[in-house]
Design a protein around this ligand. Structure first.
Ligand code: BDR
Ligand code: CA
Length: 311
């Protein structure tokens, strides 16, 4: 049976590839897509999510707009990585499919209340504002969540937006703190693993060689955001962060990690948003997250190409 998921996202080219992977994979059933402010402001992430659904030939997918700013701090965006639209690269037409009238937070609450306990997995690909707001507004739903599989944080790779913090957690550390303290099973795709999901030239060419609109889009998106990361890291390509979350649901065997304690720094100006992971088990703090550290990158890209190739 397909695993029911809600994708909470701030597209973002890598979010877009994650959504395409989900919509082409029978192992998951996308109950809805909830947009949050992150890489770019909410108006654009809500629009981009619909552009991607239409590209996947799925204008029937319900897309909701959620929180337009983090719980306590001003929004920090990442146009320097993703471009002004969030999906810079190929020329994209505005979506025709509508945005749902309901607020994303209410959709998350209503869905978790309506579905049997332990059957809905949350897949956050951006700042955790929508998820934390839903948990605060309706504490009764927390125990109903099957699992939270999220992209965020880092341990060995430390930070990408500050020396200490990864972008998604840095933008809304208070929200992340609520989620990591929720008591639900959490699987984390930190930079430690996503920095191994590198879009090298042959891997991007494999998308282009699909010869389809979707294959070309993915290649052009990765070409665009690569330029920033290649310069920053001196690497052969850019990390395709967010698709790791969906790939894990389909092929968990591609990933390896440790079940550890993860706490979020919310106080320090210097290290705000740091994910303090007890990777070596040096404290007796309760283990609250499966923190991934490695992936089979060739297997991951083979899966992506095969699934995008279905479009
Ligand atoms: C994360 O931040 C965003 O820029 C990406 O979409 C990804 O979710 C990586 O730090
Ligand atoms: Ca994202």
């Amino acid at each position: 049976m397909a695993r029911k998921i809600i994708i909470d996202t701030d597209p973002g080219q890598d979010d877009a590839v994650a959504i395409l992977l989900a919509l082409t994979s029978p192992e998951v059933e996308v109950l809805g897509i909830t947009a949050v402010a992150g890489n770019v402001p909410l108006e654009l992430t809500a629009k981009n999510a619909r552009i991607v659904c239409e590209l996947a030939g799925r204008p029937d997918v319900k897309v909701f707009a959620g929180c337009d700013r983090p719980l306590r701090h001003a929004l920090v965006t990442a146009e320097h990585v993703h471009g002004k639209t969030g999906l810079d690269g190929p020329r994209l037409a505005d979506p025709v499919m509508p945005l749902q009238p309901e607020h994303a937070v209410d959709f998350i609450i209503d869905t978790l209340r309506a579905e049997p306990t332990g059957t809905v997995t949350l897949c956050p690909l951006g700042p955790l504002t929508n998820i934390a707001t839903a948990f605060e507004k309706a504490p009764d739903i927390v125990g109903k969540v099957q699992e939270i599989v999220l992209m965020g944080g880092a341990y060995f790779q430390v930070g990408n937006i500050t020396p200490a913090a990864e972008f998604n957690i840095y933008v809304d550390p208070e929200a992340a703190d609520i989620v990591f303290k929720s008591g639900r099973p959490i699987t984390v795709m930190p930079l430690d693993v996503t920095h191994k999901a590198l879009t090298t030239a042959p891997r991007v060419q494999a998308f282009r060689d699909l010869g389809s609109k979707a294959g070309t889009m993915v290649a052009e998106w990765t070409d665009f955001f690569e330029r920033f990361d290649k310069e920053k890291y001196g690497s052969a390509g850019a990390p395709l962060h967010d698709p790791c979350v969906i790939a894990y649901l389909i092929r968990p065997d591609l990933f390896q990690g440790h079940h550890v304690n993860v706490e979020i720094e919310t106080q320090s100006d210097l290290t705000r948003g740091m994910t303090v992971a007890d990777w070596w088990g040096v404290t007796d703090r309760a283990k609250n997250a499966m923190f991934m550290g490695d992936l089979d990158a060739d297997g991951f890209f083979a899966l992506l190409v095969e699934r995008i190739g279905r479009l």
